[in-house]
Design a protein around this ligand. Structure first.
Ligand code: AMP
Length: 361
């Protein structure tokens, strides 16, 4: 496409401190959120005739790690197609050549109403709580089936609609490889780190504090768990003060839960039982996603079409092993963006050619 024609397809407007330069098909932009990677706006898409979310990713090429992360997110989002994972509708950049393609690009996604940080402030009944959990588990199961570990699941990365449907966001930190008992260190929001992540991180003051907080509540883990740790981590864990921990009835008393539901199964006691199986320090003893989907608090919603959806095919199998210079990553991303732009002129992108692409619900 020639330069002039491209320029005519875009317009710019200020959103807070940032300028969005978007295709003219997207109108009525309004800021709805911001994260580590950039700003998110809602907009109306005149081609698809629906509301969408547009995320502007800033400075994806500041170093090799960011560039690789940006590429990984794009490839994974294009491959995954499940109702509980946010769908990618378009990707574009107003920058016209690879040389210009410096600092930003835009992802267009299905628009949701709120993130889970907002929703957990509300008084939800057991039906809603268990349905939200069920959908999270369906989304996570689907990612795991494709060998994808999200690695940054937290309330701000989970979005919902007022009809209680839920989708998982943000693949920037996702990996496609399995890991051992202790997860390799990576940056993940502190409150939501699993014990094996904390222990894999080395011993800065903050991490020690977090481990102490976990064992104060759940109790010092068993000798069996300690024997699985490598010597230096074990020495650290053994040298912590010993705690008996609290029962789950104490940690999560009935008053913290909504009133029991008319529906027989959805009771505070069931929710507490599920929590007691999820909040287990030893990952090998923790309830798996499959088991959680069978738990009485969750399985009231079980639908094989949602739980057992065929896993996505990842189009770039060597996603994690690949190493490139920033310029090479940039070129790979630029090609992906241009290919997507071509395919999505009239609709929706996925990893496949346009003729096979499915329109998400
Ligand atoms: P992110 O940069 O992806 O972490 O998004 C930051 C925030 O923007 C999220 O916590 C949501 O509040 C909001 N957000 C992101 N994507 C969407 C979307 N597709 N629909 C609605 N809100 C979104």
């Amino acid at each position: 496409m020639n330069r002039n024609k491209r320029e005519k397809e875009y317009y710019s407007l200020d959103v807070g401190d940032s300028t969005f330069t978007v295709l003219k098909r997207y109108q009525n932009l309004r800021p709805i959120g911001s994260g580590a990677q950039g700003i998110v706006c809602s907009a109306y898409d005149h081609v698809l005739e629906r509301n969408v979310a547009i995320k502007k990713l800033s400075r994806p090429f500041q170093n090799q790690t960011h560039a690789k992360r940006a590429y990984r997110e794009l490839v994974l989002m294009k491959c995954v197609n499940h109702k509980n994972i946010i769908g990618l509708l378009n990707v574009f950049t107003p920058q016209k050549t690879l040389e210009d393609f410096q600092d930003y690009r835009y992802l267009v996604m299905e628009l949701m109403d709120a993130n889970l940080c907002q929703v957990i402030q509300m008084e939800l009944d057991h039906e809603r709580l268990s349905y939200l959990l069920y959908q999270m588990l369906c989304g996570i199961k689907h990612l795991h089936a494709a060998g994808i570990i999200h690695r940054d699941l937290k309330p701000s990365n989970i979005v919902v609609k007022s009809d209680c449907t839920l989708k998982i966001l943000d693949f920037g930190l996702a990996r496609t490889a399995a890991t051992g008992l202790l997860m390799t260190p990576y940056v993940v929001t502190r409150y939501y780190r699993a014990p094996e992540v904390i222990l894999g991180m080395g011993y800065q003051a903050n991490d020690i504090d977090q481990w102490n907080k976990v064992i104060e509540q759940l109790g010092t883990p068993s000798q069996e768990f300690l024997m699985k740790l490598n010597q230096s981590v074990r020495t650290y864990v053994e040298n912590r003060p010993r705690y008996a921990g609290y029962s789950f009835e104490k940690l999560f008393p009935d008053v913290l839960f909504p009133a029991d539901s008319d529906h027989n199964k959805l009771k505070a006691s069931q929710a507490r039982d599920l929590l007691s199986k999820m909040l287990v320090i030893d990952a090998s003893k923790r309830i798996s996603v499959d088991e959680a989907l069978q738990h009485p608090y969750i399985n009231v919603w079980y639908d094989p079409a949602e739980v057992e959806a065929p896993p996505p095919l990842i189009s770039d199998q060597q996603l994690d092993e690949r190493e490139h210079t920033v310029d090479e990553w940039k070129e790979l991303i630029y090609k992906e963006v241009l290919a997507s732009e071509e395919r999505t002129k009239n609709g929706v992108i996925r990893g496949q050619p346009a003729s096979l692409a499915q329109v998400p619900q």
